[in-house]
Design a protein around this ligand. Structure first.
Ligand code: GTP
Ligand code: MG
Length: 195
């Protein structure tokens, strides 16, 4: 993907605030601190378009970015991190669920997982729910730079087994080394083409 422009559009907490036009959305979901916002910055070749933080719970609203004037990348708040304040934890779930279940523009969700962590019930439930809703999904294992080659392969196979998918369905990614950037764009383009 050649990035000609990447602009912040708006933050929203409910459907009435989502952008009203028909351009397709690709959304990014996953636990707090897994690296969703960093991943979007990496995809669009920008260091600070999306705010990132080492403190979990940085992204608390649904943030829309428009790419090449053609489609939206949507940064969703993270879920399931114990250190995130209770108030944030209580609101993210209905907010994200309402977005996924009502947003007509939604063409696919990139499920961002930390390669060092076996997916828990939240991740497996989200994947199942997307399948049932007929929303396309892409699995990404990020922070791949944190592991050596052998370890990466082993984790990939373990995580694929837990998610009941073939290892080839998981994209290794690193916002630090940019590993997986082209492969992820190819998968996103495929979802956008079917829209
Ligand atoms: P919330 O907004 O809290 O849900 O977090 P997030 O998923 O958006 O995570 P964010 O992108 O803010 O990154 C969290 C931390 O992980 C930051 O300190 C990043 O620098 C770091 N990080 C993100 N991606 C990578 C990666 O691929 N490799 C390494 N080594 N660190 C990463
Ligand atoms: Mg974030």
């Amino acid at each position: 993907m050649i990035i000609k422009s990447a602009l912040f559009v708006k933050s929203a907490v409910k459907p009435g605030q989502f952008p009203a036009d028909m351009r397709p959305d690709i959304a990014f979901a996953g636990r707090s601190n897994v690296g969703k916002s960093s991943l979007i910055n990496t995809l669009v070749n920008r260091k600070h378009l999306v705010k990132t933080s080492s403190t979990p719970g940085r992204t608390q609203q649904i943030n829309f970015f428009v790419i090449n004037d053609a489609f939206f990348l949507v940064d969703l708040p993270g879920y399931g991190y114990a250190r995130v304040p209770e108030a944030v934890r209580i609101t993210w779930k209905p907010m994200v669920e309402r977005y996924i279940s009502t947003r007509k523009n939604l063409r696919g969700v990139v499920l961002v997982l930390d390669i060092r962590r076996i997916p828990g019930p939240e991740e497996r439930e989200l994947a199942k729910w997307l399948d049932q809703s007929g929303v396309g999904k892409i699995f990404v294992l990020t922070k791949a730079d944190k592991l050596g080659v052998g370890e990466k392969k082993q984790r990939l196979e373990e995580i694929a087994a837990v998610l009941h998918v073939h290892p080839s369905e998981l994209t290794l990614f690193s916002s630090k080394t940019k590993e997986g950037k082209e492969a992820l764009w190819a998968a996103i383009e495929k979802l956008l083409m079917h829209s």
